[in-house]
Design a protein around this ligand. Structure first.
Ligand SMILES: C[S@@+](CC[C@H](N)C(=O)[O-])C[C@H]1O[C@@H](n2cnc3c(N)ncnc32)[C@H](O)[C@@H]1O
Length: 260
């Protein structure tokens, strides 16, 4: 895995409405009668944590993230909840949760067979693991990152950038891993179609997430050159609509596992 990326909450929140729609769709599918203990893994600035707390107002809800900048925003947003700085790669639950929620976070964590088994073991009987991960590595938005990485003077330094994102398993993989861990499993995929202001908006969208392993290792001048090359590729791949917008297709994988 390449070096860890650092996170910028303000850049991430520029598209808050669009980014909050998948966790909203996910939380609506969680049917728990009276959960007592919930945790939001990779809680970011607290937008997903807020959805969990609103849906289950009687539960004790915690958030966990490895980014101090994200946690500062989350604590300001939800001062009544507790947030913990921790790395999910080594995190293990100190008890059993009724709900483990992880929206747009687990794609950054390696070794999904072990990770999903570990998370399932952290559920109380009847508890739910609710996960959403982008499943967009074959989309032009991401293929263009790898192409731009391979084409510049930075090629050697960015050779491992792709490896910082976990390989997303197949539907069958997640179902098998979670059934083996004693869960009933429901999996679905939704392709969101975001009408963004133009090609620059696509670049801005990914600057706070998928592009970070590519631009963070580069010095300022090269970073700009890399982004210009990436933008050229984005402009070629995403046609402009009659109203001037571009349509960013964004497939996302949803997994809901309930422990027997
Ligand atoms: C794309 S954001 C998702 C934020 C929020 N859950 C949401 O729904 O918008 C991914 C979050 O995962 C966190 N993250 C990435 N790797 C992590 C790790 N190893 N341990 C804990 N958090 C991690 C990042 O700091 C970031 O806040």
């Amino acid at each position: 895995m390449a070096g860890k990326v650092d996170w910028d909450a303000n850049q991430y929140l520029r598209f808050e409405d669009e980014r909050t729609r998948p966790p909203l769709d996910l939380i609506q599918r969680v049917r728990l009668a009276d959960p007592q203990r919930c945790i939001d893994l990779g809680c970011g600035p607290g937008n997903s944590t807020e959805l969990v707390a609103t849906r289950f107002p009687n539960a004790v809800v915690e958030g966990l993230d490895s980014s101090p900048d994200m946690l500062e925003k989350a604590r300001k947003r939800l001062p009544q909840l507790s947030f913990t700085l921790a790395d999910l790669e080594s995190w293990s639950a100190d008890g059993r949760y009724d709900l483990i929620f992880a929206n747009a976070a687990l794609q950054w964590i390696p070794d999904h067979p072990a990770l999903f088994a570990r998370l399932a073991r952290s559920l109380a009987p009847g508890g739910a693991l609710a996960v959403q991960m982008p499943n967009n590595l074959s989309e032009p938005s991401h293929v263009s990152m790898d192409e731009a990485a391979a084409e510049g003077p930075w090629a050697g330094r960015l050779a491992n950038a792709r490896a910082s994102k976990a390989v997303i398993g197949s539907f069958s993989d997640y179902r098998r891993w979670l059934m083996a861990a004693g869960c009933e499993v429901d999996i679905w995929q939704t392709t969101y179609v975001h009408a963004l202001a133009g090609h620059d908006a696509i670049v801005e969208w990914f600057k706070s997430t998928g592009l970070k392993p590519y631009i963070d290792p580069l010095p300022a001048g090269e970073r700009e050159a890399f982004l210009a090359l990436y933008r050229e590729k984005i402009a070629a791949a995403y046609p402009i609509e009659p109203d001037g917008k571009v349509l960013l297709r964004f497939p996302r994988l949803f997994i809901l596992a309930v422990r027997r």
